[in-house]
Design a protein around this ligand. Sequence first.
Ligand code: HEC
Ligand code: HEC
Ligand code: HEC
Ligand code: HEC
Ligand code: HEC
Ligand code: HEC
Ligand code: HEC
Ligand code: HEC
Ligand code: HEC
Length: 344
Amino acid sequence: MFRKKLWRLGIFSLAITLTLAWLGTVCVIGSVTPQNRSVNPLVVFEQAKAEDYTSDGACVTCHQAYAQSFEKSPHSLYSSNPKEPYDRQGCQSCHGPGKAHVEDREQAAKSGKDVLGLSKMKSKDASAVCLRCHTDTMKSTQWHRTAHARADLSCNSCHSVHLGVEHENETAAEKAKIKDAVKIINGFANVARPEPNKMLLASEALLCGKCHKKELSEFRHNFRHPLPEGRIVCSDCHDVHPVRAEQTRVSPNKSACITCHADIAGPFVFEHDPVNSTLGDGCNDCHRPHGSHNPALLTTASRGLCGQCHTEQSNTHFPGQSCWNTGCHVAVHGSNTDRKLLRR
Ligand code: HEC
Ligand code: HEC
Ligand code: HEC
Ligand code: HEC
Ligand code: HEC
Ligand code: HEC
Ligand code: HEC
Ligand code: HEC
Ligand code: HEC
């Protein structure tokens, strides 16, 4: 009788011990594999040996949708070159050595040798995977200085290697944002998605616009750049991947405008300081780049536009409607014949 009780107690305590042990393991696993786990991919690639890689054939059998979408990516052609080193070939050029994952997924996860799950990684680590190869587009240090990197975006906030699958995986919130952007530019042609160009998740108007609604809305004004029609895109003026030489185009100034409006910038015999100068806001002193209520995208349609700098020209100078559309200073951007900008 007593022995039976003791035996029961034994089972009971064993059960408790096991439960505690199990809870412990769960906690430990939980703490090493949270969302946004931090893995330095550069270290993973550096430490990998040739025998840690396997053939891509294995990946394809279990991840068909991802393999199919990858096949359509511009990477596919390049990374099937057998002459390239292992870490530049196929799936494993981004997801890291995969042999352990193929052989025993759970064991691989436990020993920290699992493939790199890019959507679960921290943004800066996920971007580091791409920048291993894309230093021609932008150096890592240049990327980290951008407003986007500082706002915790990664390359994959705009690009996707697995386009089709990603659209299926999109959350309802993400879909709603795109819908909002579509609404903003509703009624215009040429904004269909997806637009596989440069592996972007959507056409630029919608992609950029879903996060920058205010700026997108400015393209609805009566006078605007023809962005909804697809004749100009955000990146014509904004450099998403600034390199040192083009640093100024992040928040664009004159140099962004004159690629298309070369005639405006002269050189003229008689330059107009704000147009010509490298100081100030250049074209933005007088124009709203996205769109405006005023003709010619002007910030103000009245003499106040000129008055903001030429305060000495009081109302008595010429009390007309404006300084240019009355036939006076018609050469606002500069003139080859007249110092007072009265003739072109
Ligand atoms: C035997 C089937 C199988 C093979 C072969 C296989 N995987 Fe997986 N893989 C899985 C399963 C199952 C998961 C877990 C899926 C989940 O959690 O939804 C997974 C997860 C992943 C993940 C996400 C990991 C994470 O942490 O989020 C990536 C990336 C991945 N596999 C890539 C690969 C690559 C690359 C290869 C080839 C080297 C490969 N897989 C081969 C079955 C496989
Ligand atoms: C050029 C880099 C790159 C290559 C090459 C690549 N992938 Fe991916 N993969 C990604 C990125 C980035 C994600 C995260 C989702 C996204 O943003 O598209 C991802 C997501 C995945 C996922 C879902 C798990 C996760 O991390 O979100 C699987 C599974 C996967 N890839 C398998 C593969 C397979 C199989 C191949 C080869 C046929 C492959 N990938 C080739 C970059 C790559
Ligand atoms: C193993 C090297 C390698 C890695 C890693 C890599 N790429 Fe690429 N990528 C290339 C090559 C090579 C090309 C094709 C030649 C080129 O355009 O430079 C390319 C092309 C591209 C293009 C241009 C596509 C086009 O239509 O012209 C984009 C965008 C791109 N990659 C984004 C990414 C992103 C995002 C990642 C990270 C998820 C990534 N790449 C990871 C090598 C790589
Ligand atoms: C805010 C959105 C956004 C982010 C974030 C972003 N890109 Fe891009 N990317 C674009 C757009 C838009 C284009 C096409 C226009 C252009 O070339 O500037 C592009 C083009 C590219 C191209 C092809 C053109 C080229 O320069 O060779 C590559 C490669 C590329 N991106 C890589 C990357 C990498 C690597 C990262 C992360 C470090 C990244 N991108 C982050 C929006 C983005
Ligand atoms: C996922 C959301 C998201 C997407 C997509 C996105 N942006 Fe941004 N962008 C941000 C955030 C967040 C900031 C930083 C905070 C701010 O200035 O609003 C930012 C900042 C900027 C800035 C200010 C830069 C500076 O240095 O101050 C510009 C310009 C910009 N984005 C343009 C673009 C363009 C062009 C695209 C499309 C190619 C784009 N963004 C796509 C979220 C996004
Ligand atoms: C015609 C050139 C042009 C186009 C096209 C353009 N932008 Fe701009 N954008 C500018 C200029 C110039 C500024 C700076 C305005 C200023 O300083 O007053 C600016 C400012 C911005 C800012 C604020 C930056 C800051 O420093 O606060 C954001 C965000 C932005 N643009 C996003 C976009 C998005 C998103 C698109 C596409 C839907 C786009 N832009 C298209 C020229 C352009
Ligand atoms: C990618 C080429 C491109 C760039 C870059 C560009 N524009 Fe334009 N711009 C256009 C086009 C196209 C139109 C519309 C012309 C039309 O409808 O015939 C236009 C129209 C204009 C107009 C109105 C013209 C009118 O007759 O009313 C102004 C003002 C203007 N742009 C100023 C700028 C400024 C300022 C910048 C720099 C922030 C800039 N543009 C950058 C292509 C560009
Ligand atoms: C001092 C103010 C001012 C500055 C600075 C300025 N503009 Fe203008 N711009 C005007 C005015 C005023 C008009 C309207 C002229 C008219 O209606 O005859 C105009 C008209 C335009 C037009 C349409 C008509 C035309 O002449 O083709 C374009 C395009 C344009 N500007 C581009 C630019 C660009 C690009 C820059 C920078 C290099 C710039 N502007 C700088 C005041 C300015
Ligand atoms: C951002 C400031 C700024 C704005 C806005 C501006 N100007 Fe000027 N303007 C200058 C500067 C600086 C000079 C050269 C110094 C000077 O002579 O005052 C100049 C010179 C001139 C001259 C030549 C004066 C002379 O005696 O040589 C004329 C004419 C002129 N501006 C007309 C205009 C008109 C018309 C407008 C409105 C469409 C305008 N400006 C808007 C800054 C501006």
